[in-house]
Design a protein around this ligand. Structure first.
Ligand code: ADE
Ligand code: ZN
Length: 333
């Protein structure tokens, strides 16, 4: 049975794979450039948007890091995060677990606390205004040396009460999870839950390393795990969630079109697959659009959509009572 757009909009959704820097819309980017007197190499918003035509992950990351240069003050990080939460709320998102990339900002002289305070204040306000609960995940940039990650962790130490976990992102190819084994061991000693991007462009071997060397509790993307049946069985047996980002995968040419996306295969393999938006300002849609586009392109059934919603709650770091409340709402849909 096909679901109605209204039903899909009301379905309680989570967002567990979202880079806050990837929500920087061209309009806000231009406004912040003006706020700080930064000259941009694009004539206007349309010219910038036209440049969002990526051939792979790296060609996206080059623009994404350049765009982040306009994020300078606490107010910038607050405004960015608030704008994202308003959009998420409109999509029926009830809980978010957001990544931020401190190294992208501290390398430009923006203090760690400026970034954290702006994002955190918007998350706290957003919980009051929109009823969206949240967690915040510090991501290490994997194209940089592990020593730089240790320096960032050192900066984070006074703020650990406001950081809920750590992740690993940026250029995947040539930067295997193993490179960060000692850093993640230290994070686990500090009691921080760990996640990592793996199996987006990189091979299944990187997913194995994220599991065995980094001991992550969730894999970000992970779609290439499907190439290794033993890995699929392991992920299913351990109920390790995958935070899948369908529109991102198409925009970064992991799959040629959404109709070829393996979201259904992941569900059929018994994996805890979830739907997320990754960098929605760059990839043509927020989480609601990812759900709508997948439902349409893949002809997802009501049962499959309910399973994806349940998976999002199960895979989240919400406390058990909150999970039970949302699962009951989903079961009543
Ligand atoms: N940083 C922001 N988006 C990313 C992605 N899709 N993969 C790796 N690093 C990222
Ligand atoms: Zn990502």
């Amino acid at each position: 049975m096909r679901v109605s757009p209204d039903w899909l909009a009301r379905l309680p959704k989570t967002e567990l794979h979202l880079h806050i820097e990837g929500t920087l819309e061209p309009e806000l980017l231009f406004a912040l450039a003006e706020r700080h007197g930064v000259a941009l190499p694009y004539a206007d918003v349309d010219a910038l948007r036209a440049a969002y035509d990526f051939k792979d992950l790296q060609s996206f990351l080059d623009l994404y890091y350049a765009g982040a240069d306009v994020l300078r003050s606490e107010a910038d990080f607050h405004d960015l995060t608030r704008a994202y939460l308003a959009r998420a709320h409109a999509d029926g998102v009830v809980h978010v677990e957001i990544f931020f990339d401190p190294q992208t900002h501290t390398a430009r002289g923006v203090p760690f606390a400026t970034v954290l305070n702006g994002i955190r204040r918007a998350l706290t306000d957003g919980e009051r205004e929109f009823g969206i609960s949240h967690r915040l995940i510090l991501c290490f940039l994997r194209h940089l040396p592990e020593a730089d990650g240790f320096a960032t962790l050192e900066e984070a130490l006074p703020h650990l009460d406001r950081i809920d976990g750590v992740g690993l992102d940026s250029s995947e190819a040539g930067h295997p999870p193993q490179k960060f084994e000692r850093l993640f061991a230290r994070c686990r000693e500090l009691g921080l839950p760990c996640v990592a991007h793996a199996g987006e462009e990189g091979p299944p071997e990187y997913v194995w390393q994220a599991l065995n060397a980094l001991r992550v509790c969730r894999i970000d993307h992970g779609v290439r795990a499907l190439e290794d049946p033993v890995l699929v069985a392991e992920l299913a047996r351990r109920r390790i969630p995958l935070t899948v980002c369908p529109l991102s995968n198409v925009r970064l040419k992991v799959y040629p079109s959404l109709t070829r996306h393996p979201l259904r295969q992941l569900l059929q393999a018994g994996l805890v697959a979830t739907v997320n938006s990754d960098d929605p300002a760059y990839f043509g849609g927020y989480v609601g659009e990812n759900w709508r586009a997948c439902a349409e392109a893949l002809g997802l059934t009501r049962e499959e959509l309910l399973q994806l919603a349940r998976n999002g709650i199960d895979a989240s770091w919400l406390e058990p009572a909150a999970k039970a409340r949302w699962l009951a709402v989903i079961d009543g849909m």
